[in-house]
Ligand binder design. Sequence first.
Ligand SMILES: Nc1nc2c(ncn2[C@@H]2O[C@H](COP(=O)(O)OP(=O)(O)OP(=O)(O)O)[C@@H](O)[C@H]2O)c(=O)[nH]1
Ligand SMILES: [Mg+2]
Length: 323
Amino acid sequence: MCSTCGCSEGEVTITSGHHSDDASHCHDHAHHHHAHHDHCQCQTHDSASCEHEHEHDETIEFETSPSVEVHHHYYHHGDVHHHIHYHLAALPEAMPQPTMSEVTPTVKRTVTIEEQVLAKNDRIAAHNREHFAAQHLVALNFVSSPGSGKTTLLCETLRQLLPNQSCVVIEGDQQTQNDAQRIEATGAPAIQINTGKGCHLDAQMIHDAMHQLDAPQGSYLFIENVGNLVCPAGFDLGEKHKVVVLSVTEGEDKPLKYPHMFAAASVMLINKIDLLEHLDFDLQRCMQYAHQVNPELIIIPISATTGVGMDEWLSWLETQPCA
Ligand SMILES: Nc1nc2c(ncn2[C@@H]2O[C@H](COP(=O)(O)OP(=O)(O)OP(=O)(O)O)[C@@H](O)[C@H]2O)c(=O)[nH]1
Ligand SMILES: [Mg+2]
């Protein structure tokens, strides 16, 4: 169950785009991933370099003084509810400190931390981030409502970059292989994640997809999230930046109506500006609204079909080098 929206995630499938037109072949190679499985099915990493501690509960043991007391602490960090179960007293510095009366001096204790979905996701995202850094991958997470032009923009971006720069793509949709096939037509390797009833990608899905996607060192990793302006804002995938795409047909007030997504993004591409003359869309007001929720947001008006604004977008990408 998605803790942000209550959607039911069902079975998630992860398939290579080029396997997708042969259903039986595809099935053989599909990595069927259940959204809440706890054990990594990592096959390409050696266990020494990749510990894959994906257990739901984390146990930390360290030396200090024994205690006869068991304490339960509840606290909130952002939207995340933590329940910390202290079998013994005194805590590592990063943990909430008990009062002096709760701490009794001695030798060993165990801290069991039960985390809910978002905290677990954050941990896997941090793990992904380490992998991306080690492999010099720049991961960008494209988020938007359905149909804003994410795949069209990515295909154009790949056509411009691919001759000189390796790029790989992870596509997220509830159903179909369509977007992975469109990406592969540009020559870039693509993995399609179908989330079933799920409304967003999560860090575990990206982790699993990366094991099927043999990304060369120093690549851009473009992730196209499920079309949804709400839930993907809450799920860190380990990306360096979120890029939010808003098309002019959606109306200029979207940054105010869905502020979390625009607050979480580093860049906003206002797409389909070739259609502006047909619409009652106030570009200046849209930018003003977006800056209201995120003063740091870099905004680039663009048209994936005419190419207007592509240079500015590619220049921004150059500020995020993979080396
Ligand atoms: N006029 C115009 N149409 C565009 C532009 N970019 C994309 N489109 C059209 O918008 C429609 C949706 O584009 P996609 O690239 O599939 O959008 P998406 O965001 O990937 O959609 P989902 O993956 O379904 O969320 C297609 O018919 C595109 O041809 C643009 O800059 N101008
Ligand atoms: Mg798409």
